[in-house]
Write a protein that binds this ligand. Structure first.
Ligand SMILES: [Zn+2]
Length: 70
């Protein structure tokens, strides 16, 4: 039995990953590229990261309101 493929939805321009962190529950995940070119995400709130099997790109540069870029 293989695990179901992990998929994330990512805003193409901003790199913001939709959905809450599996660990802390905050929606502050960013796209992460591993050294072997694998794709995944990193939580900017707690630092947790994980690999995914597939990325669905969303057009746009949306960011969560509390990323504090201002
Ligand atoms: Zn987190």
């Amino acid at each position: 039995m293989s695990a179901p493929a992990k998929t994330i939805q990512v805003y193409r321009i901003s790199g913001y990953v939709l959905g809450p962190c599996e660990k802390c529950g905050k929606e502050e995940r960013a796209l992460l590229m591993f050294e072997d070119y694998g794709m995944g995400w990193e939580c900017l709130a707690c630092g947790h990261s994980d690999r995914v099997d597939r990325v669905e790109w969303i057009e746009g540069d949306k960011l969560p309101p509390d990323w504090g870029l201002g």
